[in-house]
Design a binder for this molecule. Sequence first.
Ligand SMILES: Nc1ncnc2c1ncn2[C@@H]1O[C@H](COP(=O)(O)OP(=O)(O)OP(=O)(O)O)[C@@H](O)[C@H]1O
Ligand SMILES: [Mg+2]
Length: 250
Amino acid sequence: MLFVQDLSHSFGNREVLHEINLEVEQGQILAIMGSSGGGKTTLLKCMSGLLVPSQGDVIVDGVSVRREPDQARRNLGLVFQYAALFDYLSVRDNILFGVERRRRMSAKQKDELVAEMLDAVSLEASAATQLPSELSGGMRKRVGLARALAMEPKVILYDEPTSGLDPITAYSIDRLIVDTRERLGVTSIVVSHDVNSVYRVADRIAFLEAGRMVFVGTREEFEEARVGGIDELVQKARANNFSYIVREIG
Ligand SMILES: Nc1ncnc2c1ncn2[C@@H]1O[C@H](COP(=O)(O)OP(=O)(O)OP(=O)(O)O)[C@@H](O)[C@H]1O
Ligand SMILES: [Mg+2]
């Protein structure tokens, strides 16, 4: 479904991604983890066609991002790290922003689409007329997802969808990512720092360190992996989970 092939990228003469190869099957959720500055956002940008990689290619549903960027971009939805909504547009207009440019719709069709998308991300219909500044962080992330879904992408790329959210809201966003996959069969890639969140959503986990993909595998393999910063991350997650349980019981 989605293939990253020998992808490298440099900003100026600084290489930030080195010969990345990755394969994601239709309907799967792949999580990408890794230390800050490791190149995760850059990789998502290359996948989505926002950046042309210095070398290599990304193939989405048989379409090359390098050779047919416009066609490839149609297949991809990107949910940004900081929601990236247009502050001066209502939730409704944010959701319609991309679709309106792609196809003509009657006012009724627009209303229906907005209602359907708000429902898909579990927001009330009344949110349509609000401005992003009037929403909580979790709601803004939902609107970001609604905007991506409105374009009917085959692949959704999420850049840290739960960062900056409290654990309960983060949990609800995780549920939303899984539900969206179940409902639409959409292939998903989720960049995240949160091991427990990754365990909840991902079929497979990839680990990017200083521009290199040092690990790709299942959760079980991840827990046994002794490469890069994985070991430390797994230990910390166990400790966190443990103290959480202790607090709950005690
Ligand atoms: N437009 C740019 N121009 C120059 N350097 C950039 C640009 N975007 C990112 N970089 C650099 O590329 C490297 C990878 O950045 P990237 O944002 O992809 O990391 P990341 O893994 O997403 O980090 P974080 O976890 O903090 O979001 C960093 O060293 C960053 O400074
Ligand atoms: Mg990033």
